[in-house]
Design a protein around this ligand. Structure first.
Ligand SMILES: C[C@@](O)(CCOP(=O)(O)O)CC(=O)O
Ligand code: SF4
Length: 395
């Protein structure tokens, strides 16, 4: 891989041991995947933040690093709400470790913004064709597909290396020739709300790590595309998808591609089966969660309206970023008046808070895929409306 004189100096260790180690990671990745150079990135999002997922080895790795990130950088959700961790019953020993992790990232100049929806944050805007180094699979999918930006699926260390160096190796999804669709998915029926998470859950299993081109009857909103992409990245490994007539790259006349050779149709009954699989768990949900990925303002508005005048009869947690919660205090108050809890910086999957429950109801195809494996508890699937009805004891 070609390196500039300055990059060579960094690799020799002239800029210190941390930057030497960081550029070494980038060069190794570039060599493995055939990159010809390092390219500047506009922002980074570092996953591997929760003590639940990185443990003591992760703390040690981050704590050894010195320096300051060169681009705006945010963190993926941590294992707890950093301002209010007692509320969900987090063990103080876990909290101490989590605070240590956030402080270690802080000493590298990374603000404690812990979210999988960095694209909602002010000062973190993403433009079409921007190069990024993001780590969380739903955020990557949203950036590549809905925003038309360019990022590979970075692991925790490579996203942090890119943040500290300000560059990433130019391979994979950074190259336009690797962004062409290679499977067509036809969805010839109307879809709305949680249908998109169920569709992503079904489609991800068919697509694997390929790039789908959806032909859809309905036009999804950005929040619906967020749910579709998150689910496909969890049940499959989809990092980029196109929707005919909707997403920016496929509607760009300069984007040259051929009709994919393989074409698959997903039927309404495939989506219904996701909702229905939940009925098999007869003993009921003892907790309901929404916000995988983190809620937008519009999603908080929807939950607040659905909860209006009602009281929850079981734990109901709604996850969002701290910035969205702070910008929408009235909505948060409205939701919490019902007894539901709006929780920041963390989520149902990366926090240990839900581990002691038996069965969680979700409106997210991604959470539906991950809650059983990462929290060791059962999951049921329903619309936001059904989640609210379950939490308030109406069904
Ligand atoms: C499950 C996930 O959303 C969060 C956990 O990952 P991490 O601990 O932040 O690396 C990661 C992903 O799907 O990319
Ligand atoms: S599991 Fe869901 S809420 Fe948690 S970080 Fe991933 S996308 Fe976000």
């Amino acid at each position: 891989m070609y390196l500039t004189k300055d990059e060579e100096k960094t690799l020799r260790g002239d800029d210190g041991e941390t930057l030497r180690k960081m550029i070494e990671i980038l060069v190794a990745l570039g060599d493995i995947y055939g990159a010809d150079a390092l390219i500047p990135i506009k922002s980074a999002q570092v996953s591997g933040v929760s003590y639940k997922t990185i443990g003591d080895a992760g703390i040690e790795w981050i704590s050894d690093l010195k320096g300051t990130v060169k681009v705006p950088t945010v963190l993926n959700p941590a294992g707890m709400d950093m301002n209010n961790w007692e509320r969900l019953g987090i063990d103080p020993k876990f909290a101490a470790k989590q605070i240590e992790i956030i402080n270690a990232f802080g000493s590298l100049g990374i603000a404690p913004k812990c979210t999988c929806t960095p694209y909602y944050l002010s000062g973190f805007d993403v433009q079409y064709k921007d190069h990024l180094a993001w780590g969380e699979s739903s955020a990557i999918s949203y950036a590549n597909s809905v925003l038309g930006a360019r990022t590979n699926r970075e692991g925790g260390p490579s996203a942090l290396a890119a943040a500290l160096v300000g560059k990433t190796p130019d391979y994979g999804y950074h190259k336009v020739e690797n962004r062409k669709p290679d499977i067509e998915i036809n969805v010839d029926f109307e879809t709305i709300g949680a249908d998109y998470g169920a569709l992503g859950y079904v489609a991800g299993k068919v697509i694997g790590s390929r790039i789908p081109l959806f032909r859809m009857k309905s036009v999804p909103s950005k929040d619906e595309m967020k749910m579709l992409g998150a689910a496909m990245a969890a049940s499959g490994a989809v990092a980029l998808y196109h929707i005919d007539g909707v997403t920016p790259e496929i509607t760009d006349i300069d984007f040259v591609y051929e009709k994919p050779a393989e074409s698959v149709s997903i039927e309404r009954k495939d989506i219904d089966a996701v909702y229905e699989s939940s009925n098999a768990l007869a003993d009921g949900n003892d907790i309901v969660t929404i916000g995988c990925p983190h809620c937008s303002k519009a999603e908080l508005e929807q939950i607040a309206a659905l909860l209006d005048g009602k009281t929850v009869v079981k734990e109901f947690w709604i996850f969002t970023s701290r910035e969205i919660a702070e910008q929408n205090k009235a909505l948060v108050d409205k939701i919490e008046k019902s007894g539901a809890k709006v929780v920041c910086d963390t989520c149902m999957v990366v926090s240990p808070a839900a581990n002691s429950y038996n069965c969680m109801m979700v409106n997210s195809g991604k959470a539906f895929a991950y809650v059983p494996s990462m929290c060791g508890i059962k999951a049921t699937y329903g619309t936001a409306d059904a989640c609210v009805k379950d939490a308030t004891g109406e069904i």
